[in-house]
Design a protein around this ligand. Sequence first.
Ligand SMILES: Cc1cc2nc3c(=O)[nH]c(=O)nc-3n(C[C@H](O)[C@H](O)[C@H](O)COP(=O)(O)O)c2cc1C
Length: 322
Amino acid sequence: MTLNSRILSLLNIEIPIIVAPMYMVSNEAMIVEACLSGATGAIPAMNWPTPELMRKGIQNIKKQTDSPFGINIISHASNPKLKEQLDVCIEEKVAFIITSLGNPEMVINHCKPHGIKVFCDVVDTRFAQRLEKAGADAIIAVSKFAGGHAGNLTHEELIPALKKLVTIPIIAAGNITNPQAIEKLFALGAEGASVGTIFIATNESPVSEQYKQALVDYTSSDIVMTDKLSGTPCAVINTPYVQKIGTQQNWLERWLNKHKPLKRMLKQYAYKRGMRLLKRAAFSATYETVWCAGHSIDAIHEIIPVKQRITMLVGELKFNRL
Ligand SMILES: Cc1cc2nc3c(=O)[nH]c(=O)nc-3n(C[C@H](O)[C@H](O)[C@H](O)COP(=O)(O)O)c2cc1C
């Protein structure tokens, strides 16, 4: 089966798969392997402690592959390093940026004049036309069963609805684990896939063995949504620790959320606290196990190299540049 995709010519790659950006998971080795496989990948800028270390990381990837790769930028108020991160992306000429959380128009305006493509995450149709008008090069449609900040709609609901509103390519994200799923998504109108959870359980991924093993042991019936981490619902494994702390904001957090001036401060505070929790849980054998994962956890039976995961994902599919 041959599938047509504009993403191939947009990025000059062979396989329209993005190893999706994952906070505290995506690293340089995973992106290099994705690129060497003919696909691509993106790393959250926040995975490097400073913009200067991010620059070194980007240069390190470039030493190992000529293929294009991307950076994920959080485009809302909780990101005080936004401007510096964008400057590094422009100076280092990264191929594309994935925006998530917040209004991406500033990122688009900053990057487009430098030839950097901008792909914007959406979970529904609300901002799609505005993003296309603002100059986004593609939309990433994040569906209901995705890892991280998942949406409420299925691919079947979201992709055709977006397709009616925009002409730019749509990249599907959420619970994509095999060639049959990719074929179905292309039939709905997608031209690429952004895939996260299944790449956490790879040899190159930097997270603890406990986290990787949890991905093998738990199933999709153990995935719950929590708004404890960032205030925005996020898919995590329902470990005993998650059960203990609960998945909903407490009365104080909810009360503060209703008071506008405090809301912004709280959002920043909650976001930072949640990210610290995720960081600790990703790398160390702490009892505070908050491990992000989506429903594609069902397809994880072993820890394998990134390249092998991409081969399994794509199977016999062939892709044609449009
Ligand atoms: C552990 C983890 C961390 C994530 N961190 C981010 C992030 O920092 N920025 C972002 O835009 N998306 C993030 N995501 C979402 C992914 O980029 C992608 O949309 C999602 O993983 C796709 O769904 P899948 O996990 O079912 O493949 C994260 C997902 C996971 C599983």
